[in-house]
Design a protein around this ligand. Structure first.
Ligand SMILES: NC(=O)c1ccc[n+]([C@@H]2O[C@H](COP(=O)([O-])OP(=O)(O)OC[C@H]3O[C@@H](n4cnc5c(N)ncnc54)[C@H](OP(=O)(O)O)[C@@H]3O)[C@@H](O)[C@H]2O)c1
Length: 253
């Protein structure tokens, strides 16, 4: 018999980068399951307002760059003001401009590693530090968003981004083992090419359709297909899943 696992209902979820794309789809799903969802973004106020308008007042936008020195405390304090934080989804991510390694600037390498990897480590540390105080709960869960790039290495496109995501997967495995005694779980979702604005921002607006066509399923993912896996990992149905990296990649290895 395993210990009774509480379903995290009516608690607070934090989603970084929730104003569009995969993050927004995660916000919508977690909100539908009854969570207050505090989500961050760094730039686009109108997109953030639209999420609240469309999803409802239990969704709380917070303009906060995840790389800011005080971001982990600001984000967790803002979330805790609404109740018990049981879910952290580290989703905010950037690629920098597409190109071979020889063309990338120091600034892009630094920025991509800071947003994708360092900020994820720092937010995980803040959540875990807070979870170490008080009761052990079985409904605490961290989901980090990786990428198939962690396995392919993304040659000719963004090796620095791929390396940042490999780091995300490694920290997921290590932290899962480290905090299992707290009753908390840590997993990653590794999406294949998904139809979001990230590709246009990388300088190739048609990339999702082009790459999607070459996958076994012949198309890119919709953001909600990735969010479904994230959502499941936060539920009691995934109570024995920790330290896993789940591919949602249309058959891409
Ligand atoms: N789309 C894909 O094909 C794909 C495939 C594999 C993995 N992924 C991963 O999935 C995650 C989401 O990607 P997406 O495609 O949904 O991207 P997206 O459409 O570009 O959305 C990114 C979100 O992150 C926010 N954000 C970016 N930098 C931030 C920062 N420094 N601080 C706080 N928020 C920040 C953006 O808002 P602001 O612009 O307002 O800051 C936006 O809400 C990323 O980790 C990405 O690497 C995506």
């Amino acid at each position: 018999m395993h210990a009774t696992v509480r379903e995290a209902l009516g608690t607070v979820a934090v989603v970084t980068g929730g104003s569009r794309g995969i993050g927004r789809a995660v916000v919508e799903r977690l909100s539908r399951r009854g969570h207050v969802v505090v989500f961050t973004y760094s730039d686009d106020d109108e997109a953030a307002r639209a999420v609240r308008r469309d999803v409802g007042s239990s969704v709380v936008p917070l303009r906060c760059d995840v790389t800011a020195p005080d971001a982990p405390t600001r984000i967790l304090d803002a979330a805790q003001a609404h109740g018990e934080v049981t879910i952290l989804v580290n989703n905010a991510g950037v690629t920098g401009p597409i190109g071979p390694l020889a063309t990338v600037s120091d600034e892009t390498i630094r920025r991509v590693l800071e947003v994708n990897l360092t900020a994820t480590l720092r937010l995980c540390r803040e959540a875990v530090t807070r979870w170490q105080v008080g009761d052990i709960r079985s409904d605490r869960s961290i989901v980090n968003i990786s990428s198939v790039a962690a396995r392919t290495g993304a040659p000719g496109e963004y090796i620095w981004y791929a390396a940042s995501k490999a780091g995300v997967e490694t920290l997921t495995v290590g932290l899962a083992k480290e905090i299992a005694p707290l009753g908390a779980r840590v997993n990653a979702v590794s999406p294949g090419t998904t139809d979001t604005a990230i590709h246009a921002r990388a300088g190739r607006p048609g990339r999702a359709a082009d790459v999607g066509m070459r996958t076994p399923m012949g198309r890119a993912a919709a953001p909600d297909e990735i969010a479904a896996a994230v959502d499941w990992l936060t539920t009691a149905d995934a109570s024995y899943v920790t330290g896993s990296v789940i591919s949602v990649s249309g058959g891409m290895p």
